[in-house]
Design a protein. Sequence first.
Length: 196
Amino acid sequence: MPGLSVQVNGERMATIDLSGLNLVNVSVHGALDSEQYAMLHADGGQHGDGGSGYLTWIAEHALTPGDVLTLTYMEACEGGDDGKTIAQLWPDEPPSTRTDWSIDSQMEAEIRARPRLREGFLVQAGTSAGARVTAASDARNTDFRFSVVWTGFGEERARMRLATYCLDDVLQRTGGAEHLATVLSFGDSVTFSLLA
């Protein structure tokens, strides 16, 4: 089965064996109102067809300017890491009963009132095929998200996307401004760099 290799600055963060799974998301999110410059997260699991399970391989790893994330989509994975359940990661927390994750008017007001903690951001994404883009914050785009999503529903594929956006994009479900989007084949790799 295929796998995803996740490294930061050349150091192994996780190797995800995709056998038995049908969805994995590795993403980096950053915002001008967040204490951390950016957070790396990797999760997924098996959903549907009688199975349901949510696993986390990387739970909120902070990235700072100068860090380089590299993901490789491998045709064969050996020695994958075990993902952890929510209960394993946070054994002292009671199970969540929340089912509605939409942003209500009170939450929207709280988010809009948050102060900006930095002037801006500058990020870069590239592929082993030679594509490279740089994206920066501006008056509208206050957040960014870089993601590699693998789906095993039928045809297995990994898709990479870099976008900048704001709260209005989230509320309107528009997806923001897309800077790079591509499909990965076996052996392809992508990088994400937090430049500033």
